[in-house]
Ligand binder design. Structure first.
Ligand code: HEC
Length: 311
């Protein structure tokens, strides 16, 4: 019998089969397993190498043994190899087992005695492949019945809903696992704990001092230690001007772009902790005097309106 597949078909087929099996069994998320895990790529490489090596060795051994054969044996081998697959003994036995069909010469044995205008009928047995398939469907049907109708297994719709629920729960989990809490001007509160103020001071020293002076007395930027504000006082307005920048003077940049909103809150709290410190050489007051009571719900959007109390 001839070999069923030539090696240039056999090797890629086996390799593809193993590759697909690995992808199926290794959970590698959205990336292919051999990309995510270098070990898998290494394994595949070695596997392919071995496959090719085995093919080469086998064909070499075949060639060598062929040369060792006597002429008679060679002839026999060639005869055996010239038989096509469908003529092979293996194929023939299996086909007869699966079909149990009668050879044309034996048809007389199963001939029925009806005769419909010359058309006659054979009483062939049902082919075993068909009968066994039929039994399998019965077994399948019983299992299906028990699983889904007696023990209430999920149908496709329920399965789908269940999976969506799971995915949603997972999404929620991954969101709460890395909470990126963003503070906005509306909900910001004044921090007074030492730690936050120390962190605020550190940020102030690093980025704000150049324009507002080491103690907040003001250089290019205004004095931050008095109660007069250009953009409104109170934690909400101060947070807003630091986070979004001054609407009237671009020199005061929107630090929310570079600082985390929590850090803006800390530095804003630090700035407000400087109230009334009167550092030496501080700039004269600019803007309107801010009284917290005058604007209990400090409207961050329109600070100028809500602060106009006294000059
Ligand atoms: C490049 C210079 C510069 C830097 C750096 C700078 N500011 Fe300012 N800042 C200004 C100027 C100029 C103003 C005045 C804006 C205006 O006229 O509205 C200002 C205004 C402010 C105000 C509002 C004051 C008011 O009276 O309304 C606050 C609060 C403030 N800055 C805090 C900070 C903090 C905190 C930092 C560091 C994260 C900082 N600034 C960094 C220049 C700067």
């Amino acid at each position: 019998m001839k070999k069923l597949f030539p090696s240039y078909v056999r090797v890629p087929v086996i390799f593809a089969f193993v590759l697909v099996a690995l992808e199926y069994f290794i959970d590698s998320g959205d990336k292919p397993a051999f990309v995510k895990y270098p070990m898998v790529a290494l394994f595949l490489g070695v596997f392919l190498f071995l496959l090719v090596a085995i093919e080469i060795v086998v064909s070499a051994v075949d060639k060598v043994t062929y040369h060792l054969l006597t002429d008679e044996q060679k002839q026999k081998l060639e005869e055996a190899q010239s038989v096509s697959f469908t003529e092979s003994k293996f194929y023939q036995t299996w086909m007869s087992k699966l079909t149990r069909s009668k050879a044309i010469e034996q048809e007389a044995d199963v001939m029925l005695d009806h005769d419909y205008d010359g058309i006659r009928e054979l009483d062939n047995v049902l082919p075993p492949w068909w009968v066994n398939l039929f039994y399998l469907t019965i077994i399948f049907g019983v299992i299906y019945l028990v699983r889904f109708h007696m023990f209430g297994g999920d149908n496709q719709e329920q399965e789908f809903k269940h999976e969506v629920e799971l995915a949603e729960a997972e999404l929620l989990n991954s969101k709460s696992a890395s909470p990126k809490e963003v503070i906005t001007a509306d909900q910001v509160t004044l921090l007074t704990d030492k730690e936050s103020l120390a962190k605020g001071q550190e940020i102030f020293k690093n980025v704000c001092v150049a324009c507002h002076g080491p103690q907040g007395g003001g250089v290019v930027g205004p004095n931050l230690t008095d109660e007069f504000w250009l953009n409104g006082g109170g934690i909400k307005n101060v947070f807003k001007v630091i986070h979004d920048g001054s609407p009237r003077n671009p020199t005061m940049a929107a630090w929310g772009k570079t600082l985390d909103s929590k850090d803006v809150q800390k530095v804003a709290s630090y700035v407000l902790s400087l109230q009334g410190t009167k550092p030496a050489g501080g700039k004269p007051a600019e803007g309107d005097k801010w009284t917290e009571e005058a604007a209990p719900t400090a409207d961050a959007a329109k600070p100028a309106d809500s602060t106009a109390t006294a000059k």
